[in-house]
Write a protein that binds this ligand. Structure first.
Ligand SMILES: Nc1ncnc2c1ncn2[C@@H]1O[C@H](COP(=O)(O)OP(=O)(O)OP(=O)(O)O)[C@@H](O)[C@H]1O
Ligand SMILES: [Mg+2]
Length: 425
């Protein structure tokens, strides 16, 4: 099998690392990849936006499967384009990817299927949106309809903040077309978790649960980031909750899209909040999460390539997912200053020493090779991942490995998994 992975983050390095373990694999490409994927695959300097180039490459290299990491190419219809050209790709069509690409689309489906979610209204007019907020009061949540790279949601605790969010999105258009429509919703309180399913459009199977840490500072404070760490499993996602989510969320959504004539194939990710009043779905993503993937895949016993092929071919019912009875932790090491301004080009030391233990993997995100060195090239630089018997062992192994890595102005959170630690106590 010849496989092409699209993307360049920690998620894609983890996907490449897992696929590389498959005996079915003959050749692995990652476009554009990073210094980590370069060690196990061939990096191709190709942008997913350039669908023409991707098609040409897949035909020239006789690619058997394309795995798309990030949301943008899915929402832009890369899977449809590849399918039209006879290239097998795993991921949702442009239509199905609206579950992530349009928050209004997702909310309407949830409403139709009576999936518990925050009460909401959709607006295309700023004045009407402001009137609504004035009536509802704060706290209130303002969400850009389209993709905004994780920056499109404001949980507004004061009226001026809510008004400003509407103004920035709809009048100033800081998110371009993505923010011309907004969703305003009720503010919920509770514990968040990520539950991701794999589906071939018919069969739905849940992956192991996980929880990420979005805020930059310890104690979950400061601005949102792409994710500063994660762990799996998430104790808040009990077996009973998994069952409930499968029956009341994933199966109905997959069935609905099939009935709409656009079966959902791919990873369907539900961001859920467990409130005093049961679970609520905050959002859907239509791909694997980052850094959730980095803690889910090391726990997966199955041949990941075999799983992806089965799902792409509508044969997911033939696979039984098996999970290691281990906890997994990911600590993201970022460039100091992230998610605001940061410097790049810092030489990274200790990578080889850090991953000496079999229970440790170091997934690269913003890295690149510069002659003999590996240097920083982004905000989130590395994800150090450790497996252990129980969360405490996983945490201590992971932080031990983190201690072996150094680059100038590196920053990481020292409290990853603190919520589990609290629950376990
Ligand atoms: N109704 C709500 N009440 C309270 N907090 C919320 C609500 N909706 C979203 N949030 C908070 O905002 C965060 C981001 O919201 P959401 O997941 O919808 O946006 P996103 O930008 O699509 O995120 P991602 O980058 O994870 O896909 C959530 O993880 C949650 O912490
Ligand atoms: Mg999202």
């Amino acid at each position: 099998m010849k496989v092409l992975i699209i993307g360049n983050g920690g998620r894609e390095h983890a996907i490449a690392w897992k696929i590389a373990q498959s005996p079915k694999l003959k050749k692995l490409y990652v476009a554009p990849g990073n210094a980590g994927t370069e060690e196990i695959a061939e990096n191709i300097d190709m942008a997913a936006k350039d669908q023409e180039a991707v098609v040409k490459f897949c035909k020239k290299e006789s690619i058997n499967l394309v795995v798309i990491g990030p949301e943008q190419p899915l929402v832009e219809g890369l899977v449809d384009r590849l399918a039209k050209e006879g290239v097998r790709a795993f991921g949702p069509s442009k239509y199905a990817a609206q579950l992530e690409g349009s928050k209004a689309f997702a909310k309407e489906i949830m409403k139709k299927l009576a999936i518990p979610t925050a009460e909401f209204s959709v607006f295309t007019d700023a004045e009407l949106a402001m009137d609504y907020v004035a009536k509802k009061g704060t706290p209130i949540v303002v969400k850009v309809d389209g993709l905004a790279g994780g920056k499109g949601v404001v949980v507004a605790t004061s009226m001026p903040k809510a008004m400003e969010a509407i103004h920035l999105s709809m009048v100033k258009k800081v998110f371009g077309k993505a923010g011309e429509k907004i969703v305003i919703e009720e503010c919920l309180n509770g514990e968040e978790a990520s539950v991701i399913a794999i589906t071939d459009g018919e069969t739905v199977k849940l992956l192991a649960s996980s929880q990420d840490h979005k805020r930059i500072f310890e104690g979950d404070s400061g601005p949102n980031t792409g994710g500063m760490g994660a762990y799996s499993p998430a104790p808040v996602v009990t077996e009973a909750l998994e069952k409930e989510l499968l029956m009341r969320v994933f199966i109905p959504v997959v069935k609905e899209l099939k009935e709409q004539g656009h079966p959902f194939k791919g990873f369907l990710y539900a961001g859920v909040m467990v409130t005093g009043d049961g679970f609520k779905v905050l959002e859907f993503n239509t791909r694997l999460g980052d850094p959730e993937t980095q803690v889910i895949l090391p726990r997966l016993e199955n041949d990941f390539l075999e799983l992806l092929l089965a799902a792409a071919d509508g044969m997911l019912n033939t696979i039984k997912l098996e999970w290691k009875d281990r906890d997994c932790v990911c600590v993201v090491i970022a460039s100091g200053g992230y998610p605001s301004d940061f410097e790049v080009g810092k030489k990274i030391a200790g990578l080889l020493t850090a991953k000496e233990s079999a229970d440790i993997a170091v997934f690269h995100a913003g890295t690149k090779r510069q002659d003999k060195d590996i240097v920083t090239a982004g905000g989130r630089v590395l994800g150090v991942v450790g497996l252990g018997r129980g969360m405490f062992e996983a945490l201590s192994k992971t932080y031990n490995a983190v201690d072996k890595i150094f680059f100038d102005k590196m920053y990481y959170r020292k409290d990853i998994g603190h919520k589990v630690a609290r629950i376990v106590k």
